[in-house]
Design a protein around this ligand. Sequence first.
Ligand code: FAD
Length: 318
Amino acid sequence: MAEVLVYVDHVDGAVRKPTLELLTLARRIGEPVAVALGPGAGNTAAALAEHGAVKVLTHDAAEYADYLVVPKVDALQAAYEAVSPAAVLVPSSAEGKEIAARLAVRIGSGIITDAVDLEAGDEGPVATQSAFAASFTTKSRVSKGTPVITVKPNSAAVEAAPAAGAVEALTVSFSEKATGTKVTARTPREATGRPELTEAAIVVSGGRGVNGAENFSVIENLADSLGAAVGASRAAVDAGWYPHSNQVGQTGKSVSPQLYIASGISGAIQHRAGMQTSKTIVAINKDAEAPIFDLVDYGVIGDLLEVVPQLTDEIKTR
Ligand code: FAD
């Protein structure tokens, strides 16, 4: 069976959920071979094997932490040359997309970004994408070289599928460009205790209808009652009510949670572009004609400052 390279996103050996989702998709098209780099890479093996990795290629070096993505691209290329895989899968984070794009250029392949599903096809893996601000769903395959595909978080279920997960050290020689851009400082984000927006199973977002930074606590309380991440429309971000790091949409983040709750958001096409692939969409809006109601599974017509606290109280009693 063909091997499929899976780039591992981990923090000090703790494998992040999008990588486990990639393993589910990789198993549809071949045998997953994981590539884990940087501090704690060796500690990823148990989790990766538990979810179907037949092999885990690891390499740790200071370059992965001290420089931007080029050392990681060098390592993924080394793994590609060692394995000759049928496809390379990378999580669709900002860094993942840069790594994937650089690798595709180096190996002369086509790339598909932000896939939301993946299946085996007669002429190679077929990826599903949401296109033109989610107006269309497309199915694409790479017609030149080994497909390099980035996959959005929450695109597949995490499935246990125990496999060998044999750990092998990857041999990497860094290119001249690897040390071209040094990381001089890292500023950790303020801890909120909430899940990462792009990976959260539930996202509660607020828009201009929230009507002030002080009212965002209403959105946060609902999010906390559900263990959700908080999102915001651009109007709310531009007004200074919530940070840009939480913006959902064309010029913000793209999310695909199980449940997306839009409160006081009209549903402009640029906002839809970032959330329309959510599995279930709920909107709370006082205007029954708001375009957001065209795409919802459930809608509440009402003042969010009344509806959202009631919803939060109800959830807390369950
Ligand atoms: P509005 O469109 O003003 O809607 C507010 C809604 O709240 C209305 O429907 C209103 O009925 C409702 N409301 C008001 N008060 C209440 C209340 N008390 N209770 C319940 N409902 C209430 N937008 C994004 O979100 N993300 C992007 O990434 C993004 N990128 C963009 C990129 C470009 C190039 C451009 C041109 C625009 C972009 N926009 C983006 C902006 C986008 O076009 C909209 O302007 C924006 O999404 C509107 O935000 P909103 O829905 O919060 O505000």
